[in-house]
Design a protein around this ligand. Sequence first.
Ligand code: ZN
Length: 502
Amino acid sequence: MDSKLNELKHRLQEIADLGAASSILYWDMSTYMPPGGAASRGRQLGLLARLLHERFTDPAVGHLLDDLQAYGESLPYDSDDAALLRKTRRDYERQTRLPNEFVKALTEHTSAIYSLWEQARPANDFGMVRDALEKTLDYSRQYADFFPGYESIIDPLINDADYGMKATDVRAVFAQLREQLVPLVRAIAAQPPADESPVKQHYPEAGQRAFGETIIRAYGYDFTRGRQDKTAHPFATSFGHGDVRITTRFREDDLTDGLFSTLHESGHAMYEQGIAPELDATPLYGGTSAGVHESQSRLWENIVGRSRGFWEHWYPALQAAFPAQLGTVSLDAFYRAINMVMPSLIRTDADEVTYNLHVMLRFDLEMDMLEGRLAIKDLPEAWNARYTADMGVTPPNDKDGVLQDVHWYSGLIGGAFQGYTLGNILSAQFYERALAAHPEIPTEIAQGKFDTLRGWLTDNLYVHGSKYTAPELIARVTGGGLDVQPLVNYLRTKYGELYRLD
Ligand code: ZN
């Protein structure tokens, strides 16, 4: 058994290394590559995707998994090897359904539409991506059809990112959340709006960058195993235990964009940096699902980074970094400015209260496209109508409407958006458990200390990587399943105080 297990591990390590090589090319494409590199980079990424897929779906891997099946089941459920065999089996079954040519064609298409979107957005020209997006929709449907027997066409896509969830589960959770969010949004809208002018001044980029990096260093993001660079659409990416990078962007007329992007991505990255090193270069080295991943970015961005206690400690340092902008602005005024609730056009800039309404709207549009009720040519109009109905704001152009972010232009349609709201729900559930174990955490945050919180998250979530599925991990940590109540309670308490609601 030992030699078979070693052979499997060796193969998986080579596959992980190919995957990391592909991630580095993607990181470079999104940070430093000149526009002229797009065509050859697409080809290179396509080749690596094909090689990765060929290697992983090699029948020899299937034989090794068959031979090791009984051995894996004889091990304790919690052992690394048992988890490795379970997860590899699941990934193998999934990957072997996808033909090699499909994987390669999809990867090439994805690079091509991404560079079209990079030009279409500033040009405010949906026509530039329309035909390519029709192809993406075709690919998305084809993808689902490789997994026949689904209940909803989006299920195979959701399963990829949030294993164990289905459209019916997502809809049920969204409905519960929406029912409690909409009255809260209305109650806030009836109050005088917050004044966000303190954060909408001129903030030179260098100072923003230095301050953000000071914070994430204090959080515990390890710069000896990471770095931060600039991009159009921030993300975190891991090439292995020793190299987990983040990217951000800055707007000199708005302090919050860069700062909270940095805090957000540091949460993703600390999750990856916290995985047990012995899982490195295996399929277990990575966050377990999109939703759990997002729970960590949102926890560090919002629950910690937009809290009153956090700024009691850090605001004087921010004022010292930007004395002309903030020298005479009170902590209270600043705290209100960074937590302003306002229905808006752009999801990534949305406040904590309205954010999930953006996600629900995108999920519904995805369902309409996948199920054939909405044609791509009618998408901008449908988008604008839905924003008018749900948010009371109509996008003045496609740049801030259907072209606003890289989703749909960097992957399939379907399978990604639910993860954002699941992440918000889980961030509040996990934080509630951390506080139950360590009631001193809020006091420590107000002293600029994060070790207890990060330590608890590392021991309970990060260290496991993908050893447990998301439903298993959530059950281990919370003793139950998804629950919208902690998020609703958190939002009601925080924003009830901020907006003086009854
Ligand atoms: Zn994120």
